[in-house]
Design a protein around this ligand. Structure first.
Ligand code: AMP
Length: 283
């Protein structure tokens, strides 16, 4: 595995790969099985796999966990190498964001709900860094986890809007044995919170069954899901929301949703960390 730290060094490597297909896995590091499943898929589909690690300051709001976000570069390098990454790209802040910044991607659709509503500017930060990484890496395909479903929706739309010739590949969520979605942030749960956190996926699955049976209104199911997760995690729920996917438009009537996919998404604020999860399904 080659480790590259600057965009110009990366571009030199990239010029020599003209006859190869490149799969790209952008991450913020502290790698776990979720990231590894993206890498595995990228390896299956491409001649070369590039993974990046960059904790992107632009996507963290004031008071969010940028400084405490878990980091362990030595371990990440080992895991990336074992997983078969060809190039690990580790850009630094001064290369990614020369000061002063002169441009920014602004997301205008699909952010009035879920994390977009609770984290103003977050998806502008995500889109900006992903576009910068796409321009440097120039992959054929890029791999994104459905655990961050709104991120997938935003990136798919951005790629379409800007005619970016990169295929976006959606990868299913990897979970712990009790259903909790794997996340770098899970290390910041207390032992009690870790046990309680399994209620998130359990409740998403239960509410999905109720949506499928069609007997309750969407609003009642959102309220019931929120109440249940709050009771079982003893933490506050930022949102428990049912929408169309990937448009994230509201679902007025369950019947109207027969053709499209629905998402049930939830965010929970634990004492030190905010976790998100979702289920995407067809009726
Ligand atoms: P992050 O390092 O958290 O920014 O995540 C990097 C990529 O890994 C994103 O595309 C995430 O959606 C994806 N990812 C994170 N956790 C999981 C998971 N449990 N299962 C599948 N993909 C994941």
């Amino acid at each position: 595995m080659i480790v590259i730290k600057t965009p110009s060094e990366f571009q030199k490597w990239r010029e020599k790969q003209s006859d190869k297909t490149i799969g790209f896995v952008p991450t913020m590091g502290y790698l776990h099985d979720g990231h590894l499943s993206l890498i595995k898929q990228a390896k299956t589909d491409n001649d070369r796999v590039v993974a990046s690690i960059f904790v992107n300051p632009l996507q963290f709001g004031a008071g969010e966990d940028f400084t405490t976000y878990p980091r362990d570069l030595l371990r990440d390098r080992e895991l990336a190498k074992e997983a078969g990454v060809d190039v690990l790209f580790l850009p630094d802040k001064k290369d990614m964001y020369p000061s002063p910044m002169a441009s920014l991607i602004r997301i205008t659709q699909g952010i009035d709900t879920l994390c977009g509503k609770n984290r103003p500017g977050h998806f502008d930060g995500v889109a900006t860094v992903v576009m910068k990484l796409f321009q440097i890496v120039q992959p054929n395909s890029a791999y994104f986890g459905l655990k961050d479903a709104q991120q997938v929706a935003v990136i798919e739309r951005m790629v379409k809007d800007y005619f970016v010739p990169i295929e976006i590949v959606r990868v299913p969520t990897v979970r712990e044995a009790d259903g909790l979605a794997k996340s770098s942030r899970n290390v910041h749960l207390t032992d009690a919170e870790r046990r309680q956190a399994s209620a998130i996926y359990r409740t998403l699955s239960e509410i999905k069954e109720h949506v499928m049976s069609g007997k309750e209104t969407i609003m009642n199911l959102e309220l019931a899901g929120k109440k249940k997760v709050e009771e079982e995690t003893k933490s506050s729920v930022d949102y428990f929301t049912i929408r169309h996917f990937p448009s994230l438009d509201p679902v007025e009537q369950i019947n109207e949703a027969k053709e499209s996919e629905l998402i049930i998404a939830c965010a929970v604020a634990f004492s030190e960390v905010r976790l998100i999860d979702n289920i995407i399904f067809k009726l």
